[in-house]
Structures are given as C-alpha cells and as structure tokens.
Write a protein that binds this ligand. Structure first.
Ligand code: HEC
Length: 108
C-alpha cells in the first residue's frame, strides 16, 4: 500500500513539472482585476466608495485619477496625506498590483 501511494505521488509530481508554465497574459490580467476588486472592497471602499468616487476625508475620485502606474502603486503602498499605507493590509506586492489594476479599471 505504501509503495502504491508513493508511485502515485511521483506520478503527480512528474505531471506538475511537465505542465507548461506559460500563462495566457490576458487571463492573468483579468484574474488580477477580479482579486483586486475583492481587495478593494475590503480595504479601500470605506474611503473611496464602491465605484471609486466617494472621496471621504479628501480622498481623490479614482475614476478621474491621472496617475501613472508607478505613482498609483507608490500611493497604495506608502499612502499620501490622509491616506494610510496599505502595504500591511494588502499583505503582498502581488495583492498591491492586483488592487492597482482594479483601480485603473475604474477609470472611464
Ligand atoms: C482612510 C481612508 C482611505 C483608505 C482606506 C484608502 N484611501 Fe486612497 N486616498 C485617501 C485620500 C484621503 C487620498 C488623497 C491623498 C492626497 O492626495 O492628499 C487618497 C488617494 C488615493 C489615490 C491617488 C488618487 C490620485 O489621483 O491622486 C489612489 C490611487 C488611492 N487612494 C487608492 C487607494 C486604494 C487602492 C486603497 C485600498 C487599498 C485606498 N486608496 C484606501 C484615503 C483613503
């Protein structure tokens, strides 16, 4: 029995290694936006509103934002004036990127 299990396990490892790491770019951007929406709802909508327009305590209307990708990442990571740093709350640079992609998608 033990032997049979380990053979199965090796089979799975071999399969995982042989599967192509290539990810469809468009897919990964869309996944990122979906994750970003959840993160945004949890961490950002209290000040920015579900649609990005709320503007509580001087928050900018995110649909009118003219920031570059780099500036947007920087403000989300480090905060600015009344906006706190979101680095801890978001937990990873991957999550920061996802939420930034989502915020960008709010723009008309
Ligand atoms: C406590 C309230 C608060 C929370 C929570 C908050 N923000 Fe902000 N945000 C602000 C304020 C206030 C500003 C305006 C800062 C300034 O320029 O003085 C701002 C500005 C921004 C800007 C810059 C917009 C521009 O065009 O200048 C972005 C992008 C942004 N927030 C994204 C986010 C994201 C994404 C989250 C969640 C991860 C978030 N914010 C959470 C209050 C908040």
């Amino acid at each position: 029995m033990v032997l049979k299990k380990s053979v199965l396990f090796l089979g799975l490892v071999a399969q995982a290694c042989s599967s192509s790491p290539e990810i469809n770019k468009q897919d990964s951007v869309e996944n990122s936006v979906a994750t970003g929406k959840n993160l945004y709802t949890l961490n950002c909508s209290s000040c920015h509103g579900a649609d990005g327009k709320l503007g509580l305590s001087g928050a900018k209307d995110l649909t009118q934002s003219v920031l570059s990708d780099k500036q947007r990442l920087d403000i989300i990571t480090n905060g600015k004036n009344a906006m706190p740093s979101m680095k801890e709350a978001l937990g990873s640079t991957q999550n920061i990127q996802s939420v930034a992609d989502y915020v960008k998608s709010l723009k008309k």
